[in-house]
Design a protein around this ligand. Structure first.
Ligand SMILES: Cc1ncc(COP(=O)(O)O)c(C=O)c1O
Length: 428
């Protein structure tokens, strides 16, 4: 065998080992999820090998007869799911959707209001991320760290004083609904574009839970389609642009603004995930939130500090735990990984050092997707506590993680109609 064939085999073997490892693990990273077997099939279809630029019927390439039909269907499903008049299924990630929106609606020197990174915002909305790249001037909302949410009175003052061109809501540590309707009076007075970065909570919103931004005063939602929305690694932009000019700008912001080819295989997978979410999304989203709250309660009962006990820990898929007394986020998340519990360290509001934070962020969405319910969250909490607080041998806990996971090998909340894709991509 040639040297390069050996190198290629090496890569395949590592991916194979990764599959085995994740099959035996509890994946709890809040930004990840399992795509359905049918949608996964689309990712290896010939769509992957093709190019399309622009919108259906207005392409710059030939060969798009079926690509156009898929894109038209995906747009139709997205509009139905989010109850809106505009949908763009071309952004290739949440960050790209954000960039496209900023390209469309903002220009150098415009003011933008948003949450601070230290309060859980994402880097794409920070000065050194997409917002900075576009040259917008950042103004952050005051944040109530006890409530883990925007301080409404302070934010109203900021909006009225700064008069932003764009007001952004949305977080990566998104525990409670953003106070959009509470701030609607100020947003209306200023007349700014109201943008919601729903990357994390998209699947919950689409399932009719968490909050309903488009009915609360938001004009455009951007999002990742692979976090709580259980679809492909891709992005989306949905909303109700105020006029045709805004709609045209949004379209141009995505293409030619920040994309060329829009990853047609992922777009096809997204179409399937949208259809599945219309059918199963409400039940899934409800269970995701119940599970997160049950996990928070179970950890709290085991002496682990969970943020926002006074508010039921969370209204989303995320809970944040404070593990400073157990050594901090970095060593604790490493111990969890050694025990096959995959989670990430996270800064808590008082932290200043991203590499040595006091917290860990845990998401319930993927465990929900494999069929776990509230009672299983108590078992998961016990395993976490044994690692983090009791410092029990990680290899012993790992054995118990593998035993628990053995009962959860199927993906739920998606079609199981005997399509051959299901047999071939049964990868949990
Ligand atoms: C609030 C928020 N916006 C945007 C993104 C970026 O999404 P993507 O990874 O799809 O680019 C993230 C990712 O975690 C996020 O949390």
């Amino acid at each position: 065998m040639s040297d390069m064939r050996n190198e290629a085999n090496y890569i395949v073997e590592q991916v194979d080992k990764h599959h085995d490892w994740f099959g035996d693990s509890l994946p709890m990273i809040a930004s990840e999820n399992l795509i359905s077997p049918l949608a996964r099939e689309m990712l290896v279809s010939d769509f992957h090998d093709r190019y399309a630029e622009g919108l259906p019927g207005e392409r710059y390439y030939n060969g798009n007869i079926y690509v156009d039909k898929v894109e038209i269907k995906a747009i139709e499903l997205a509009k139905k799911l989010f109850g809106c008049k505009h949908a763009d299924v071309r952004p290739i990630s949440g960050t790209v959707a954000n960039l496209g929106l900023l390209k469309a609606l903002g220009k150098h020197g415009d003011n933008i209001t948003h949450c601070a990174l230290s309060d859980g915002a994402h880097i794409s909305t920070a000065k050194f991320g997409a917002v900075g790249l576009r040259g917008l001037v950042s103004h952050t909302y005051p944040f109530d760290t006890h409530e883990m949410n925007i301080d409404v009175d302070g934010a109203r003052r900021t909006i009225l004083e700064v008069k932003p061109k764009i007001a952004l809501f949305g977080l990566s540590v998104f525990l409670f609904p953003a106070p959009v309707k509470e701030l609607k009076d100020a947003l209306d007075e200023v007349g700014c574009y109201v943008w919601y970065d729903g990357a994390h909570v998209l699947g919950l919103i689409a399932g009719g839970k968490f909050q309903d931004p488009l009915r609360e005063g938001v004009e455009v939602i951007t999002g990742s389609t692979h976090k709580t929305f259980p679809g492909p690694q891709h992005g989306i932009l949905v909303g109700n642009p105020r006029d045709e000019k805004m709609e045209r700008s949004l379209n141009a912001g995505i293409f030619p603004g920040v994309t060329s080819n829009h990853h047609l295989h992922a777009m096809a997978a997204l179409g399937i995930s949208l259809a599945e979410h219309i059918e199963f999304g409400a039940e899934y989203a409800d269970q995701v939130i119940r599970n997160a709250q049950a996990l928070g309660q179970a950890l709290h009962e085991r002496g682990i500090k969970v943020l926002c006990e006074h508010k039921g820990f969370t209204a989303s898929h995320i809970i944040a735990i404070d593990v400073e007394e157990h050594g901090g986020g970095a060593p604790c998340s490493q111990l969890l990984e050694d025990a096959n519990i995959i989670a990430n360290m996270n800064m808590l509001p008082r932290d200043t050092k991203p590499k040595s934070p006091s917290g860990i962020r845990l998401g319930s969405q993927e465990l929900t997707r494999i069929g776990m319910k509230e009672s299983h969250m108590a078992e998961v909490a016990e395993l976490i506590k044994r690692v983090v607080a009791d410092k029990e041998s990680t290899s012993k806990v790992k054995e118990d993680v593998i035993k628990l996971k053995a009962d959860f090998k199927n993906i739920h909340y998606c079609f199981h109609d005997g399509h051959p894709a299901y047999e071939r991509f049964h990868l949990v």
